[in-house]
Design a protein around this ligand. Structure first.
Ligand code: ADP
Ligand code: MG
Length: 634
């Protein structure tokens, strides 16, 4: 009989006891689980000795599912119920995936929260969400690990593309929980690869990690200094990967063979053939694709490595554009880069290696199997987080925010609180105040994006801070704190510092920013920086106009008796001038610059015209305070 170890409540486990933790690479195409045994990271294999688990789930009419290799063949025979590349749908709404072609599934809009939910797939076993499908894959890996290690796991580190937004990360966490895994941390894939290569043990330097998998492309620029990793920038495309090379080749084959539009089954058959041909062309000069369609038609197309490289060159160029942008974001030049790491099965293609090597003027590191490197790095990280730390292994990992996080301020403007590419975990606070006298509530609108106007950014969440004690405009002190945890999830809190009233929210968008969207929003922000500046200046002037009108009105309401009739008339005229200028400031037929100038002049005139009134009010309140008090009491 085995003896059970029982530890006292609150005591940590004995130092010699190794806590079982795993790293999981939940890939678009293939998933893997790895662990650290006797200080060496290794990928765990299933009972047949295989390390890769194809990320495929086939649903059966009896409600059960086949996962991995068992589901693979059904891609062609039962494509509607065989879910591949489910990672592309994680945390995505129906319209986010509208651009992905040749998908054989029956999608259902998530429907929750007014159609803002994640897409769902209709299968013979019922409607399944991408989270459930991913959970099937994770549960299989968990079983593989528990069988191999002979015990339960304390937790797992799961990797996600660096570009994954909040909704995608949350969906990944949800899937892990559904699979009964305790998530120690989500870690970005390129960062995991860097750990696997032990870049942290080397000298200081800047490294680029180029990861081209089945469905995602990630480029990360990492900086190593004093044993600490910092991700200087990340970029990429969560809808570009080896699958797209299959797709190009598939199109080429159908063109060459002069095929009419194909049935779902024939499409799936040819896609599998296209992928096999692509993989062969990494090591062969030419190959021939042969297939028999359902109609009995025989397809036979020969393709050379050179032709394949030519027809897929635009895809390679697309990745290199993202590389250039990430380099710009990190503010490093090719000469600053000390090493380049290749990750992902698709980096086996020679023309990818050439393009990366040519760009960085160096031979990229590729000696660890590009399929396994991410899982190995995740295992090392999991081992540390589970508390199996070896001396000297106490480095820190930093990740970055892909797009700035901000707050809506008066006039629909965005105040950035956490700028893009800030390292996480991080927290930043900023103080705000009330706009109106006696204002007791403040609306907090959390947005993400680089533009100056709220309408051009993505809305993430809204909440209200209520119960602010009534005070004069500008007297309340409201501290808004944005906090992004190590998994990249955001929580926002607001606190009025005098009264202590507080409100907070954890941002859990029903679905988040797509990669294309991130890219587009960045592009927009570069293109429109000038327009934005003018628009911002105008909006600020409009807000100032509104503020001064409100302030003047409440002063008049309180202390009209301090003014004679003529003075009252003069102020009323100046206020009308500001109102007129405000109305005209929205007339887009006049250029924004001059609208702002006219408004500015009107606001300044009102400010000057009420100076004397303000001075009298000040005197009055001082007299009121002093009334009845002896001089030594003051
Ligand atoms: P993911 O991280 O998306 O799960 P992987 O890193 O496992 O993906 O890479 C899968 C991709 O790598 C697939 O598109 C696959 O066809 C491609 N791939 C694997 N081996 C080769 C090869 N020898 N040549 C070209 N592409 C390959
Ligand atoms: Mg991968």
């Amino acid at each position: 009989m085995a003896l059970l170890q029982i530890s006292e409540p609150g005591m940590s486990t004995a130092p010699h006891q190794h806590r079982l933790a795993v790293g999981i690479d939940l890939g678009t195409t293939n998933s893997l689980v790895a662990t650290v045994r006797h200080s060496i990271p290794e990928v765990l294999t299933d009972e047949d000795g295989r390390s890769l688990l194809p990320s495929i789930v086939r649903y059966l009419p009896n409600g059960h599912a086949n996962i991995g290799y068992k589901a693979m063949a059904a891609r062609t025979t039962d494509p509607k119920n065989t879910v591949v590349s489910v990672k592309r749908f994680m945390g995505r709404g129906l319209k986010d995936i509208a651009h992905v072609e040749n998908l054989p599934y029956d999608f259902v809009d998530g429907g929750r929260e007014g159609g803002h939910g994640m897409v769902q797939l209709k299968t013979v076993a019922g409607v399944k969400s991408p989270v459930e499908v991913s959970a099937q894959i994770l549960a299989t890996l968990r079983q593989t690990a528990e069988d191999a290690l002979g015990d339960e796991l304390v937790g797992a580190v799961i990797t996600v593309p660096a570009y994954f937004d909040d909704a995608q990360r949350q969906a990944t966490k949800d899937a892990a929980q559904l699979a009964g895994l305790n998530v120690l941390r989500l870690l970005s894939e390129p960062t995991a690869a860097a750990i696997a290569y032990g870049l942290d043990h080397g000298k200081e330097g800047v490294f680029a990690v180029y990861d081209l998998g089945g469905g995602t492309f990630d480029i990360s620029i990492l900086k190593l200094s004093k044993g600490v990793f910092e991700v200087l920038s990340t970029g990429g495309d969560s809808a570009l990967g080896g699958d797209d090379f299959d797709q190009r080749l598939f199109c080429y084959i159908t063109q060459q063979a002069g095929l009419a539009p194909l049935s779902d089954v024939d499409t799936a058959t040819l896609m599998v053939k296209a992928r096999q041909a692509k993989e062969l062309l990494s090591t062969n000069e030419e190959t021939t694709v042969e297939a028999i369609l359902k109609s009995g038609e025989v397809v036979q197309v020969t393709i050379t490595a050179k032709t394949f490289a030519e027809i897929t060159q635009p895809l390679v160029a697309k990745t290199m554009n993202a590389v250039r942008k990430a380099m710009r974001d990190a503010d490093v030049s090719v000469e600053d880069v000390d090493g380049v790491v290749l990750v992902g099965g698709a980096t086996r293609m020679p023309h990818i290696r050439r393009a990366v090597g040519d760009f960085f003027k160096t031979i990229p590191h590729a000696n660890i199997d590009p399929d396994k490197v991410v899982a190995l790095g995740a295992a090392i990280q999991a081992n540390l987080l589970a508390g199996n730390r070896a001396a000297g292994d106490d480095w820190l990992l930093l990740d970055v925010i892909p797009l700035s996080l901000g707050i809506e301020t008066m006039g629909g403007l965005v105040e950035k609180i956490i700028p893009r590419n800030s390292t996480i975990p991080c927290a930043r606070a900023q103080e705000f105040t009330t706009f109106k006298d006696g204002q007791t509530a403040l609306a907090v609108h959390v947005v993400q994006g680089e533009r100056e106007l709220v309408s051009d950014c993505r809305s993430l969440a809204r909440f209200e801070l209520r119960g602010i004690p009534p005070m004069a405009a500008g007297a309340a002190r409201i501290r808004v704190t944005y906090q992004v945890d190590a998994d990249g999830l955001l929580s926002v809190s607001a606190r009025e510092t005098r009264s202590g009233v507080e409100a907070s929210i954890t941002v859990k968008p029903s679905y988040g920013l797509g990669d294309d969207e991130v890219a587009r929003m960045l592009q927009d922000s570069y293109n429109s920086a000038q327009v934005d500046m003018v628009a911002r200046a105008l909006r600020e002037e409009q807000v100032e106009a509104e503020r001064i009108l409100l302030a003047t009105q409440s002063a008049l309401d309180a202390d009209t008796e301090l003014l004679d009739e003529e003075e009252q008339g003069a102020i009323a005229r100046l206020m009308q001038g500001v109102r007129d200028a405000t109305a005209r400031s929205n007339d887009t037929s006049i250029d924004a610059d001059s609208r702002q100038n006219v408004l500015h002049d009107a606001v300044q005139a009102l400010a000057r015209g009420t100076e004397e009134f303000a001075a009298r009010r000040m005197d009055k309140s001082v007299r009121k305070v002093l009334a009845g008090k002896a001089l030594d009491q003051v």
